[in-house]
Design a protein around this ligand. Structure first.
Ligand code: GTP
Ligand code: MG
Length: 138
């Protein structure tokens, strides 16, 4: 059985969408195995977003992720990594399909592409790495 790391990003928490995200995850049949509200520090985010270091949106992304609390969630289920990416929808909220979390709740223009409500691990290797970062005890 697989696990993934889901983050409700600061825009999602600010807009009161944390419960909506958890509701969709549970309605799909996945299980919550860890939930914590986190004020993430820069070093955690630097490790979380290591693949994006050096890109032009890296520092704005880290600043955005420090702009308020994040709901960090470990979710378990068969094929949950792919399954949650499917629930989340495309990275760009303007283009994400209606019915997905981003398609239903995120818009994007200019530098706001990063404000897309949720994060979900993109592979088993990423999931293991990210869960160890956000939930060292799990
Ligand atoms: P995550 O689930 O959050 O990892 O999203 P993703 O896998 O769909 O996208 P990716 O890992 O490529 O990028 C991580 C995050 O960086 C995205 O969710 C956005 O918040 C932000 N981001 C990605 N691409 C861009 C971009 O071109 N411009 C800006 N401003 N932000 C971006
Ligand atoms: Mg990603």
């Amino acid at each position: 059985i697989e696990r993934t790391l889901v983050l409700v990003k600061p825009d999602g928490v600010r807009r009161g969408l944390a419960g909506e995200v958890l509701r969709r995850v549970e309605a799909k049949g996945y299980t919550l195995v860890g939930v914590e509200l986190v004020n993430a520090k820069e070093d955690l985010l630097a490790r979380h977003y290591a693949e994006h270091v050096g890109k032009d949106f890296y520092q704005p992304l880290v600043d955005f992720m420090m702009s308020g609390p994040i709901l960090a969630v470990v979710v378990e289920g068969q094929r949950v990594i792919e399954g949650f990416r499917s629930l989340a929808g495309a990275t760009d909220g303007t283009l994400a399909s209606p019915g997905t979390i981003r398609g239903d709740f995120a818009r994007s223009w200019g530098s706001k592409v990063m404000q897309n409500i949720v994060h979900g691990s993109d592979s088993p290797e990423s999931a293991a790495r990210e869960i160890a970062l956000w939930f060292p005890g799990l």
